[in-house]
Write a protein that binds this ligand. Structure first.
Ligand code: NI
Ligand code: MN
Length: 228
């Protein structure tokens, strides 16, 4: 089984395995880096880390078009239900969803959360995703925290972490995060979408190579990368 991911800009990724498609934080409309439109992206599952508009994004439209199962916290699932999304599975930090091809475990994230209409968004989260024998960590929006060392146990094949600064970790803290997580591969996200979170990703990748044991994976939006 070949597991690949494609960056869709910001914190949106498309994971593909055996004809199944899993999206994270599908913010495509108004995302200048998005290589696909909300009305064409495939989805069997959507993982939503928190309620901010740059993460909820096109979740409602994609879920209604595809019937994808949306995983998020009770607060966000309750809000999505009010928007007409029916295929929802709620969980919370420490809990897991056990599907037939994927396991998803909620982790904490140090950030804030509210829905686009101002509704209470609960607490923000990240996810540990086990799929195709690979263990992946999608950090969501977060600052650096020491428990990343626990998330890294027993191992991570890949970690998806924000590097944009201002609203999340920046480059310097991301290097500390990688030292705690110890992933085999690390993928940057939540940068270059808008001017306030512009980063030199080549400088980031150089620092990852110099100061950590992880391999940085920097693909332009729209190009699938196989996770070996
Ligand atoms: Ni946010
Ligand atoms: Mn964000």
């Amino acid at each position: 089984m070949t597991l690949s991911f494609t960056w869709l800009g910001h914190s949106a990724f498309l994971f593909e395995i055996n004809g199944r498609s899993v999206l994270t934080d599908p913010f495509l409309t108004n995302n200048p880096l998005a290589p696909v439109k909300a009305d064409e992206v495939p989805a069997d599952m959507i993982l939503l880390s928190h309620g901010h508009g740059d993460h909820v994004g096109d979740t409602v439209a994609i879920a209604q078009r595809t019937g994808a199962l949306v995983l998020s916290t009770p607060e966000i699932c309750g809000w999505l239900a009010k928007q007409g999304v029916q295929n929802l599975w709620e969980g919370n930090i420490g809990g897991s969803y056990y599907g037939d091809y994927i396991t998803v475990k909620w982790t904490h994230a140090f950030h804030t959360s509210s829905l686009p209409d101002g509704s209470y968004g609960g607490t923000p989260t990240g996810f540990i995703i086990t799929i195709a024998g690979k263990r992946l960590y999608f950090a969501g929006d977060t600052g650096l925290f020491g428990d990343m060392a626990l998330i890294g146990e027993p191992h991570l094949d890949a970690a998806f972490i924000p590097i944009g600064d201002k609203y999340t970790m920046g480059i310097e803290d991301s290097i500390a995060a990688i030292k705690l997580l110890k992933p085999r591969h690390v993928i940057p996200m939540h940068f270059n979408t808008f001017p306030p979170i512009t980063q030199d990703v080549i400088d980031w990748a150089r620092r990852v190579n110099n100061y950590t044991n992880a391999t940085p994976v920097v693909n332009d939006p729209g190009y699938a990368h196989v996770i070996d």
